[in-house]
Structures are given as C-alpha cells and as structure tokens.
Ligand binder design. Sequence first.
Ligand SMILES: [Zn+2]
Ligand SMILES: [Zn+2]
Length: 561
Amino acid sequence: MQDVSPPLSHRPPDGALWFLPLGGTGEFGINISLYGTAGKWLMVDCGVMIADDTTPGVEVILPDPTFIVERKADLVGLVLTHGHDDHIGAIEYLWPLLECPIYATPYTAALVRSKLSPHLQRQIKIQEIPPGGSFDLAPFACRYIPVTHSIPEAQMLVIETPQGRVLHTGDWRFDADPLIGSVSDEAALQALGDAGLLALVGNSTNATVSDASKPERSVLEGLIALFPQIKQRIILTCVSSQIARLHSVAAAARDCGRQVGLVGRSLWRNASVAASFGYLPEYESFLDEDEVRHLPQDRVVLVVTGSQAERRAALSRIATGSHPSVSLREGDTVLFSSRDNIPSRQAPLAALQNILCAKGVKVLTRRDVPIHVSGHPPQEDLRHLFSLTRPRLVLPVHGEARHQEAHAKLARDCGVGHTLVPKDGTILRLAPEPYEGIAEVPHGRWALDGKIMRPLNHAAAKDRRKMAESGAVVVTVVMDEKGRICDTPRLSLLGLVENGPNEESFSETLATIVQGAVDRMPKSARLDPVAVRHAVSLAVRRYVTETQGKKPVTDVHVVRV
Ligand SMILES: [Zn+2]
Ligand SMILES: [Zn+2]
C-alpha cells in the first residue's frame, strides 16, 4: 500500500474521491464513514456498539474519531441515514469534538435530540431534510432515497461529486408492505443506475443469507396466530426503535382482548417520538408498569426492553428478580421478537434464556414461531439492488469480514466489475482509477468508561480486565531509612481466595514471602523503592501462580518511616 501521509497529510486532492470508514467494517456497530474530495470531508453516520463481557465496566463503545477531529475544519457535515444507535448513538459523545452541522430526516433528528442533554440540544443544530430530499454540502451534493428498514424514515444517501456518483445504502431491505415506514423507492434506484453509478457502499449484514426479505406483515400474522394460544402473561421483547413491531403487537393484542404495557425507558422514548410523528397511533392506549399490575395475567402483553440481554435493560432485571415492579411466574411466556445472531450477544442471550427456562417460563424465539423478520437485505434483495443500480464498484460495509466477503462475491457473481472490501482506517481511492487502498490512518475504538471517554485498550481498562480474570494483590511494606522492614507486610487479596481462615493463612504465607524477598535484596537495592516494588511484585506473582494458577495484578506500596 502506497502511504501518502507525509506529503499530502491525508488531504483528498482535487480530482480525487476517497472513502474512509473509521468504524463499521469487520464488526457490527460504530458505523462512521468519510468521503473526501477537493480537500473536504463528508461524514455519514456516527454510531455506537454495546460493550460485552470482554470489557468489564464499559457500557458503550465508540469509534476513535481522532483522524477527523484533527481535520474538523475540512468537515462539511455529518449526514445521518436513519435513527438506529449503531448509526446515531455516538453523536452525544463525539459531536463536542467535531462541532459540525448535522443533516437528517425530521424523525431521525427527533430521535437524536431525544438522547441529548438539554445543553447539547441547544448547541447542536440539525438541518432537517425531508425523506427523498436533496441538499448541498459543497463539494458534495447529497440526495436521500427512502428505503424500508426496521425504523421509519430510513434513507439511502446519493453523494454526487465531479469525480462520480456514490450510493451509500445505510440499512435497508425490500418489503412491498412494511406496515410503517416507506417502501424502498425502486424507481429512484433504477434512475440512479440509468444516470450511471460509480460506487455502491452497501450493507453486508445478511449477505450470507440466501433468501429474499420476509415481509413485516408475516410477523403481524404470526403474533395474531400465537397470542390466543397463550393462557398466562405474555412478555415480548424487541428493539425499542422497532415501531412497526410495536404496531403489530398492539394489533395482535387488541385482536385477543389484551392490553399492551411498555416497560423500559428507551421504549417509552421511542414510542413517544414515533407517536408525535403520527407513526404510532396506538401510543395513547399503552399502559405503564404500574397500570398493568392490576390487570389479570391473561389480559396483558408486556413489551419490554433488553432483546439483546443488555445487563441494565428491563428483561435482564425481570429475569433475575431485580426489577422493581415486574416479576415472572411459572407458565408465563417470553417472546424474543428480535435478532439472535449478533456474535457478541449470543452468549449473554443464551444465559438470559437459561435463567428464564429455569424459572419455568416458556421461551419462544424467531426460530420457534414467525415473530421476527430482519431489517437488512439478504442475497435476493442485494441482487435486485445491483440490477437496479448497476454500480461499477461495490464496497461492502456494515458487517464482519465474512459478511463483507460474501457481499463482494455476490456482487461479482451479479456482474459488478470491481469490488473492494473496506477496512476501518484504510483510505480507498474511488477516483481516479485504479480503485485501491492508498493509506492507513489512526483508527480504533474508544470506550465510555463511567463518565470518561478513552481508548478501549487504555491501561486502566486493561488492568480492570486483568483483575476480572486473575484477581489482585495489594501489598504495603513499611521500611526504615536503612532499608529494613519495620512491621509485618500488610496484604489485601481481591478475587483470589475465599474469605475466612483460608484467606488469613494464605495472607500470612504471602507476608513471609514478601519479607524474604526484601531480605534477600542487596542492602543498596533495598533503599530504592522501585527495586523493592519490583522484587515484591515478582515474589507475590510467582507464589500465587504456583499455588493458584493465576497471575494477579499486584500493587506494592513502599512506606518509609
Ligand atoms: Zn438500522
Ligand atoms: Zn445498522
């Protein structure tokens, strides 16, 4: 790969068109893409990812925006394709570093605002563009094309530059009757193909799935058939922004004489925004968790947050008995009206479903009954999109490597002349030819760690992960000015041995080992606190490794008296 960094400082020259994903390739979530031409950059989407058990204490993962923050004077704007968190969730954290104008449809804009603090709501100006609307962000001319997705007002983005036209698909699929939201505008896609499309930067989520999209109506019919068969309480979980699903649940509940209760803040937030746009007329009939408490079990359907087993969401708390107002009874039914193949969520989901089953709760997923359809395009939909738009070049994004590869192969099988599989942090040249990677720029993941944003592999996060795996030993050694230990070393053991007599005797043995390690040091070294810390740490780790098979994090304090 030719590195153009020192002379050009990664500045897209006149006459060139570059594509640079800073997140969203080789992974699900943190979608953030940049297009560059004539010295300017355009950003598309700015999303988060839910953290998993490999990052203890971290709730949210963000893309590392350093590259574009350093060039924010050349950033003409951030354009949003739709209101899912993997596309808008990082705005509240990263916008203060970017301070650029934002462009979104009115509904997506309302969802972004609903997540912002009052302070940021005043600061961030969102330019509202109607679905299908055009807007100029010179040197880029932009146009939305309405598409079907599992949220209203999803848009593909056409980016016109003097070097060629790009279609950034965002998330989409074909469904002739999506119940709520637009039908994908095939005429506009066909016209785009007729006008000539240089590149299609497309969603790879379902590129390994061979079917065509199933209609959202099949879920409505599935729920209408299923609800009357369930005698006790029904608890259904889905993504809280899935307004068409809420609409279907409300219709199926009404059909069998049940009322719908919503549990979870994000459900209420999304439902209320959708209702204010007229997307959810049933909103006024929804009950809160206190109102449903007095209803008979067979008269209610509870829709709850937490379909990906998020630790703090309602369903996990209900399942573990820690929810303040909803509890489960044997014979209740929990329906997962949601995706179950996000790699990092599979283990937490299985654990949650095991807890439910152990309580005698019946668990049904999309594998048992037709209660979920994906919002992303499987192979038949992708083929149809290629035939409408006829791009010269396809760049698969929004997926792991295997999804991107499957998407690229499918494009080639459909006669697309060129494919390039993008990688986070690699600038790809879309014009002039040849299409190729030309440089790698700083990229990676940040974590929202409590209230602090920092690189995911920051030393503090690494220490915490190590402590979670191997425990910790804190040692305090008190020494006099001649380098002699004055008192028995004090030890705290965290996560290594059971409390009680075992811990005491283990601690005593370790204190003797610490004493011995210091005694064996040459006198001059004992006067050097760094050398003492090193020797004590080594001895402690060696003993704990021999006896426990663990290499704990050690912290040694040397106190001089
Ligand atoms: Zn989406
Ligand atoms: Zn997405």
